[in-house]
Design a protein around this ligand. Structure first.
Ligand code: FES
Length: 58
């Protein structure tokens, strides 16, 4: 995974930032949203955020 890849352009949230909040306990889309602000703007990154969560939450 490229940690520097920007997943959410509205809030400049990278894959690494999402990975970090998942490592520190976030498990759902809503929790990741609350901790990073990702996907709280235009919402067009939602499928990518959900896909990443699916890959990272074990
Ligand atoms: S790109 Fe994530 S909310 Fe717009």
């Amino acid at each position: 995974m490229d940690r520097n890849k920007v997943i959410c352009r509205c809030f400049n949230v990278t894959a690494g930032a999402i990975e970090d909040v998942i490592k520190s306990g976030a498990k759902t889309f809503e929790e990741v949203q609350a901790k990073t602000s990702c996907s709280t703007g235009c919402g067009c990154c939602e499928p990518d955020v959900r896909e990443l969560i699916k890959q990272l939450v074990k």
